[in-house]
Design a protein around this ligand. Structure first.
Ligand code: SF4
Length: 426
């Protein structure tokens, strides 16, 4: 069986790095057909200026479009669907991606969220609650989709790179559904109907720490990583930054779907070696819960997504002053079957994630109560809100009024960032 090829290029000039990375894969002419229509999908889903590393760097987007032009395609379209509550064109503007794409001579820039020409695609053998997905006709009819993510740590998925970036091709309704089902499985279901045939990841200044928004730290890394296999690409990136693959659950979901390979012996690295570029990044979502001994955690078979999310919520509590006033509460994650001994019911017991639904039923049947945070994984701010507000189903606040929910989350994250900066300078 032939190996998946991943190219790693260390350097300082995005244009040369992207060109070299594609040459290691056989050259752009072998990857992009002459006369074809190409959709370029960056990570431009949030409002972050270039220096924040919230979005793919404009220099990389420009370099990718210029490289693709060498294959003489008929048309290059840059397309994005920003996160729920965000305006796509605004995000592309603030991130510098729109300007970079225009300077490179892109033929069209599309906001997927407002595209009226959609086609319903059935998902065969779905692994999540998704059965059908409506996707823009231009995306489905494109000859090539070139995925251009940036690497960031991610509160509810541990990290985001090639695999997760494809989530930005759906409109808000599907996006919302994906967050209410198993997100990792939903992402792979999406890949089964819309497959990028080339991924070029921006690791020039990836984000470590509490990503993926304003509370993460951009760090100099100086690499471009490219592959036709998004799974092999993400697995290689994990090896480059010291992220243990076994602790990230969505590789298994990707492998099950036949999207690519994870094992090192099935991947051929070209260009620089992993050893040459290795640099351990700060990955706080994988740290243990022993750091918060004043809280009682009951964790059983909880995947890294819920654990990462809870870890972020605890860090937020600690830095935003909610920690002391909520000490002593009980928090359950994962598939715990029995009611933990000694827990206090009512507002002092919080069940996080859909995996705890069965336990909630048991508690209800026993005539007791608890707070429940829905989602798989739940939305980013929800476990934190459950602790500070002690309200059942905080998702209703987020989904009921996405703009208001987003504003609250952004204000909190801004306050968190300020505290983190002050702490670092002390
Ligand atoms: S609810 Fe949480 S622990 Fe359960 S599968 Fe979903 S993300 Fe993982």
């Amino acid at each position: 069986m032939s190996k998946s090829i991943v190219s790693i290029v260390k350097g300082t000039v995005a244009k040369k790095m992207v060109e070299d990375a594609l040459n290691h894969l056989g050259g752009v002419e072998s990857l992009i057909r002459e006369g074809s229509t190409v959709v370029v999908k960056p990570n431009g889903g949030h409002e972050g200026p270039p220096e924040s590393s919230v979005c793919t760097s404009p220099a990389v987007v420009k370099a990718v479009i210029e490289a693709i032009q060498k294959a003489n395609p008929k048309k290059i379209i840059l397309a994005e669907a920003a996160a729920i509550g965000c305006d796509t064109m605004n995000c592309l503007e603030i991130s510098g991606i729109k300007k970079a794409a225009e300077e490179a001579g892109v033929d069209d820039i599309r906001d997927i969220k407002s595209d009226p020409d959609l086609i319903r695609k059935k998902i065969e053998n779905p692994r999540s609650a998704l059965r059908n997905i409506k996707l823009p006709r231009f995306l489905l009819e494109a000859d090539h989709i070139v995925n251009v993510p940036i690497f960031k740590t991610h509160v509810s998925m541990v990290f985001t790179c090639a695999l997760k970036n494809i989530k930005g091709v759906v409109q808000d309704a599907i996006h919302g559904t994906m967050h209410m089902t198993n997100l990792a499985a939903a992402m792979m279901d999406l890949w089964s109907v819309v497959r990028a045939d080339l991924s070029i990841a921006d690791l020039i200044r990836p984000m470590e720490g509490y990503g993926p928004h304003t509370t993460g730290n951009p760090v100099d890394f100086g690499c471009i990583v490219a592959s036709q296999d998004p799974v092999a690409l993400d697995a290689t990136v994990c090896r480059m930054i010291g992220l243990p693959i076994k602790e990230v659950d969505y590789f298994e979901a990707a492998r099950e779907r036949g999207l690519g390979v994870v094992d090192e012996d099935k991947i051929e690295i070209r260009g620089n070696t992993i050893k040459e570029v290795y640099k351990r990044l700060h990955l706080p979502y994988l740290e243990g819960f022993a750091a918060w001994p004043e809280y009682n955690f009951y964790i059983e078979n909880a995947c890294s997504s819920c654990q990462g999310l809870m870890a972020f919520s605890m860090a937020k509590l600690k830095l935003l002053d909610g920690y002391d006033m909520n000490k002593g509460i009980d928090i359950v994650l994962g598939r715990k079957k029995e009611i933990p001994e000694g827990v206090r019911f009512g507002k002092n017991l919080i069940l996080v994630g859909d995996c705890t639904k069965a336990l909630k039923k048991k508690i209800d049947t026993a005539g007791e109560s608890c707070l429940f945070v829905m989602g798989c994984p739940p939305g980013e701010p929800l476990p934190y809100w459950a602790v500070v507000d002690r309200k059942d189903q905080p998702d209703l606040e987020l989904l009921g009024n996405p703009k208001k929910g987003r504003k609250r989350m952004e204000d909190e994250n801004e306050a968190l960032l300020k505290k983190m900066k002050t702490q670092r300078s002390e």
